[in-house]
Design a protein around this ligand. Structure first.
Ligand SMILES: [Zn+2]
Length: 126
């Protein structure tokens, strides 16, 4: 039996950002399932890199990576974020900082950033 292929995403809780991000990741990385960890304005939380919540988020990612064998972690920032109401430039900077934070955890996974724009489309943050 072939093992299902998993990825991991840190996404906002916002319902407008779920389906297209899931679909994008499954298509781009040939995944069967995307384990989804959500908080309101998660790019702001990860980039701040402080408090107990960070440890909890790291634990959740660990389950996805160690138990499901995920090799890709995506971090999402998006337009019109109620949980983290900053401008686009700040979101992009926060996603980039979040990539550094999550990479520092040392999981054997690629870490990427995604911006969901004003048309609710996925853009990869370079
Ligand atoms: Zn949001």
């Amino acid at each position: 039996m072939q093992q299902a292929k998993f990825g991991t995403v840190f996404n906002c809780m916002d319902g407008r950002t779920q389906l297209q991000v899931n679909e994008f990741l499954r298509e781009k990385y040939g995944l069967d399932y995307v384990d989804t960890i959500t908080e309101p304005g998660i790019d702001g939380i990860l980039s701040a890199n402080s408090g107990e919540l960070i440890e909890y988020l790291k634990q959740k990612a660990g389950i996805s990576i160690n138990k499901h064998g995920s090799g890709i972690i995506a971090i999402v920032g998006h337009h019109d974020c109620a949980g983290n109401p900053v401008d686009k430039t700040t979101h992009i900077e926060q996603v980039k900082s979040s990539i550094d934070v999550v990479s520092s955890w040392g999981f054997p996974a690629e870490v990427i950033g995604i911006w969901v724009n004003e048309n609710w489309e996925v853009e990869v943050i370079e």
